[in-house]
Each structure stands twice: as structure tokens, then as C-alpha cells.
Write a protein that binds this ligand. Structure first.
Ligand SMILES: Cc1ncc(C[n+]2csc(CCOP(=O)(O)OP(=O)(O)O)c2C)c(N)n1
Length: 361
């Protein structure tokens, strides 16, 4: 029903909470238990401060490159909260909040961006693939995982996450087409944060929405207000139900905004205007969700103050621990791309060692 009502060709966007955090579509308000609502909020607030601090650490020369996700918290937490812990996540590189929600310690995420391979070594019961920098390939990984679940008759679904720019890459089409042809239980969530580095979404494709790309695969697609955690939750729940019942993939476009730079090596003031950023700041996903919780009597300023202090202390302590963890071991960078090192990787490692031996840096 939901996918019919929000057919992407009708260009209707799913929204449950408006930009002020008030319910605008009461018939679609999901029933989420209190603990889950609080967990969603706590994850978003921790993600926000961890993100801001990571940027500061990088500016202080204490962290390597980092890809901020400020502004995209609801797209991430709203969707992951609607999945089961037995469902798989194939992320790109900006999914800090999804990882935190799934129980990956912040320390691991920081270790990764600190250049330490052990940051990708998650507990085996956490069904999350490592950070994937290669744009688009996570859709193929996700399609493979979903197909494997189907063959093994497991009731799992897989969510692959991609950016707006990534939907112009071949692997987006290959993975989704494969999954659709084989009815593999795959959900692809596009985080349309309006830019692929400096390329605006409008320049990347003539398609009016990214959700309508679903039509070409013969699968449902839905465009969602990505700064509305409730709408993301509802769309993902419905997508998971569809995929789990054997009907194949669903494409979700979360319309959101990257408030910060693409990465710490980017200067967004070159390609976007302050007014645009200010307009999106008014649609802040965390503030909206906070209002919703307050209206439900689940949150107040005392709790907020306490949480802020707690989060700040936790992030500072975690990063200090990462700084004290020692340098990255050179071999690790080559060792864990595949189960075993390929001849090419062995050769590259030897070359690099020789380069260092000759005084290279
Ligand atoms: C295959 C590949 N080509 C190019 C790059 C370089 N690159 C890194 S991020 C990026 C833009 C991605 O934009 P989008 O998909 O919109 O995701 P966002 O970064 O906005 O989250 C590019 C081109 C890459 N990582 N992988």
C-alpha cells in the first residue's frame, strides 16, 4: 500500500514529522517502543558529537582523513532501527550512526579513520560489512549477501547504502538488476545528501528523483524525507517486509543534506552558498526527533544536559584511547583486503618496504 501511495513517478515524498518535529501524517505514525525511541535519539546525539569532534581532531593533526555525516543522522538511524539485528548492512563510508546503532564501538570507527586496520575488525555477530570507499561496490556485495540468504532460506534482508553520486556508477545498476531478477532480499538506501563531492545532484542525472530509478528494475521505489527519522523507519519497515516475503528488492531515496564538508580535505564554501546550508539547518533531523520525544513525554532538558555531558566525556576518552593504541602496522594494510594476500598485494608490500628502506616517507 505504502509503495503504491508514494509511487516515485507521482513525486510524492513520505514525511511523518514536519521540519518542526510535529506529526503531519498521523495515520502513518509508527508504533515504536520507548526503549527503541530513546536508543535512536541517543545514537543520533552521540553520532553528532563524535562527528564534530572527529573533524576537530583532524584539524589538530591528530586524525587522518574523515568523512563527516552531520545532517544525515535520521536517514541512518531511522532506517537501521527498522531492521532486525540478523539483517545485514553493507555501508559506504559515511554511515557512522548506523554502525553505532548496531553496536560497533566508537573506538573501532575512530581507529579506522586513524588509519588502523583493526578498526574494521567487528565482532562476528555484528552483521555489518567494513567501511567501503569504492563507490557503488557495496550494492554488489549487498546483492550477493541477499542472494546467499535466499539460497540458504534464511529470513534475513540486506541493506546497502549509497550516495546520490553513487547511483551514476555501474555497480548500482548491476547489483540492483541482479537482485531484482533473482528476487534477492536487498534494500538499497540512497542517502541523497545533494552533492557528490562538489557535483550537485541536479548535474549528476536528468532523472527528477533518484527513487524513480526503481522503475527500470521493476521494483518498488520510494522517496522519503531523510531528515525525518519516523518516515525513514516506516519506509524501511515496509521495504524489509517486502524483501523478506520473497518479493525482491526495494529502493529508498532519503532526501537529506551533508552539513559539513565531503571529507576533511574538502572546502564546500567553494561550491555551495551559505543560505542553502542555513535553510537545511532549519530542518535539523535531531532537533525534530527531540521535539517528537518531548511531545510524547519521553525527553526533557535535564536528560538532555546529562546526555550531552556524558557523550562529550565518552568521545574524548575514546579518542585518547585510540591515540594511545600505537601506530598502524604496515603489513596490516595489505594483509586484510582478502582472506590471503594475492601475489599482486605481496609484490606491492615488498615494493613499499623497499621504498621505506631507501628513506621514503
Ligand atoms: C569507484 C570510485 N570512484 C571514485 C571515487 C572517489 N570518490 C570518493 S567519494 C566520491 C563522491 C561520492 O558521492 P556520493 O555517492 O553522492 O556520496 P557522498 O560522498 O555524498 O556520501 C567520489 C567520486 C571512489 N571512492 N570510488
Amino acid at each position: 500500500m505504502l509503495f503504491k501511495k508514494y509511487d516515485p513517478l507521482k513525486k510524492k515524498q513520505l514525511q511523518i514529522l514536519d521540519s518542526k518535529g510535529k506529526i503531519v501524517t498521523p495515520d502513518l505514525e509508527p508504533e515504536i517502543d520507548k526503549d527503541t525511541l530513546i536508543k535512536m535519539y541517543k545514537t543520533m546525539t552521540l553520532g553528532r558529537i563524535a562527528d564534530i569532534k572527529a573533524l576537530q581532531y583532524q584539524r589538530q593533526g591528530r586524525m587522518l582523513t574523515y568523512a563527516p555525516n552531520q545532517g544525515q543522522e535520521a536517514a541512518q538511524v531511522g532506517s537501521i532501527a527498522a531492521l532486525e539485528t540478523t539483517d545485514w548492512l553493507a555501508p559506504a563510508f559515511r554511515e557512522l550512526n548506523m554502525m553505532l546503532y548496531r553496536g560497533i564501538p566508537l573506538e573501532k570507527v575512530y581507529l579506522y579513520w586513524y588509519g588502523n586496520e583493526w578498526g574494521s575488525n567487528f565482532d562476528e555477530d555484528i552483521k555489518v560489512l567494513p567501511v567501503n570507499i569504492i563507490i557503488g561496490s557495496q550494492v554488489n556485495h549487498g546483492a550477493g549477501l541477499a542472494y546467499a540468504s535466499k539460497i540458504q532460506k534464511k529470513k534475513e534482508v540486506t541493506m546497502a547504502v549509497i550516495g546520490d553520486g553513487g547511483t551514476s556508477h555501474g555497480e548500482f545498476y548491476e547489483g540492483l538488476n541482479f537482485a531484482a531478477s533473482y528476487d534477492a532480499p536487498l534494500i538499497v538506501m540512497i542517502q541523497n545528501n545533494q552533492y557528490a563531492i562538489s557535483t550537485p545532484r541536479k548535474k549528476a542525472t536528468k532523472a527528477e528523483t533518484l527513487a524513480q530509478k526503481a522503475v527500470a528494475f521493476g521494483i518498488p521505489g520510494i522517496q522519503v524525507d531523510g531528515n525525518d527519522a519516523l518516515a525513514m523507519y516506516v519506509a524501511t519497515k515496509e521495504a524489509a517486509k517486502h524483501a523478506r516475503s520473497g518479493k525482491g528488492p526495494v529502493l529508498i531515496e532519503a532526501v537529506t543534506y551533508r552539513m559539513g564538508p565531503h571529507t576533511t580535505s574538502d572546502d564546500p564554501s567553494i561550491y555551495r552558498k551559505d543560505e542553502e546550508v542555513e535553510a537545511w539547518a532549519k530542518k535539523d533531523p535531531i532537533a525534530r526527533f527531540k521535539t517528537y520525544l518531548e511531545d510524547k513525554g519521553l525527553w526533557d532538558e535535564d536528560k538532555e544536559k546529562e546526555l550531552k555531558e556524558e557523550n562529550k566525556a565518552f568521545v574524548t576518552k575514546t579518542f585518547k584511547k585510540v591515540e594511545q593504541s600505537g601506530d598502524t602496522v604496515l603489513e596490516d594494510i595489505f594483509k586484510y583486503t582478502y582472506k590471503e594476500m594475492t601475489p599482486q598485494l605481496t609484490e606491492q608490500l615488498e615494493d613499499y618496504k623497499a621504498f621505506l628502506a631507501e628513506g621514503g616517507k
